[in-house]
Design a protein around this ligand. Structure first.
Ligand code: M3P
Ligand code: FE
Length: 304
């Protein structure tokens, strides 16, 4: 049993048209469905119905984030484990959410609503399964990442949140930042992927979303993404640069409503028994942005 990977992120936007224009034309996602108050998006190489849901609400914010579990029976096992930890759970029935079957919902110790699901509607990527082209059409708009990669949430008590993800959900710690007293300020956690992180948790207000990231295939695509962002007048937060933590290449930027996005590539592969990498608070500038060696206050304090 286990947590496989990030499946979708559900957020609120006060301007659905502006968000839809940005996520299709600048980020270059496929808009898969639109109702009166909700838009669903996916990347060109994603098989599931959607990876991003945006619904209208006067206040920007995170509704929930959803991870896929490895097998159908896992929902039952996780229900018992999460309840035993002391977090009440609810079941969302098939038919109650677009693009998926039954799911399990609960509030994690850092206050975000998390959902686990196995049954995702498989609508396929844009290449198809019949003599597929290895690349998407050259005329896709915007950055056009192939898939969503990871997300980062804030927690007042990083160690408590981290223990929940490790002990209850079975995720694996790959890297951590410790303060001078040995307390965790940030943790990077992997599911059943070989990625250095599927979710990270960094000190900040409970319930907050720091960013989510899209995967790009190489550093040259990060450079092209920076050109696309600058051309479209998007506010860049940091980069293009490299993280010391995860070793990934990155740019952070803000969508038109102020939600932070990241594009990410590189990193390394981890086995399940990979030894944890530890950063000290003094060296965390390099961990965050290896070339600049800065801890920007905007980066640490701005969140959704
Ligand atoms: C990443 C990453 C913070 C660190 C962020 C790191 C917010 O986003 O992908 O490794 O301190
Ligand atoms: Fe990130």
């Amino acid at each position: 049993m286990g947590i496989l990977r990030l499946a979708h992120i559900d957020v609120r936007t006060p301007d659905l048209d502006l968000s839809a224009a940005y996520y299709t034309e600048v980020m270059g996602l496929q808009q898969v469905m639109r109702t009166d108050d909700t838009v669903y998006f996916k990347c060109w190489d994603e098989e599931d119905h959607h990876s991003l849901r945006m619904r209208y609400n006067p206040r920007t914010g995170l509704d929930s984030f959803t991870f896929r579990v490895e097998s159908e029976d896992d929902l039952h096992d996780f229900e018992k484990r999460v309840e035993a930890y002391g977090c009440p759970t609810t079941r969302v029935s098939r038919g109650d959410a677009v693009g998926q079957g039954e799911s399990l919902r609960f509030e994690v110790p850092s206050g975000q609503i998390m959902e686990l699901v196995w049954d995702l509607e498989k609508t396929g990527n844009i290449l198809g399964k019949h003599n597929p082209s290895p690349v998407p059409p050259p005329d896709l708009a915007g950055i056009a990442p192939p898939r969503m990669d990871h997300m980062l949430v804030n927690a007042e008590e990083v160690a408590e949140a981290s223990r929940f993800f490790i002990d209850v959900l079975g995720m694996r710690l790959t890297e951590q930042v410790l303060d001078g007293n040995g307390h965790q300020l940030g943790v990077w956690l992997a599911g059943r992927t070989n990625s250095p992180h599927d979710i990270a948790i960094v000190n900040g207000p409970n319930g907050a979303l720091h960013h989510w990231a899209y995967w790009l295939d190489d550093w040259d695509h990060i450079r092209k993404a920076a050109d696309t962002l600058a051309y479209n007048g998007v506010q860049i937060d940091q980069g293009p640069t490299r993280h010391g933590v995860t070793r990934g290449n990155t740019i952070y930027f803000f969508d038109p409503l102020g939600i932070r996005n990241e594009v990410f590539t590189g990193g390394y592969w981890v086995d399940p028994d990979h030894e944890i990498i530890t950063w000290t608070e003094q060296e965390f500038g390099k961990g965050l942005f290896y070339y600049e060696n800065v801890i920007s206050q905007r980066f640490l304090r701005m969140h959704t």
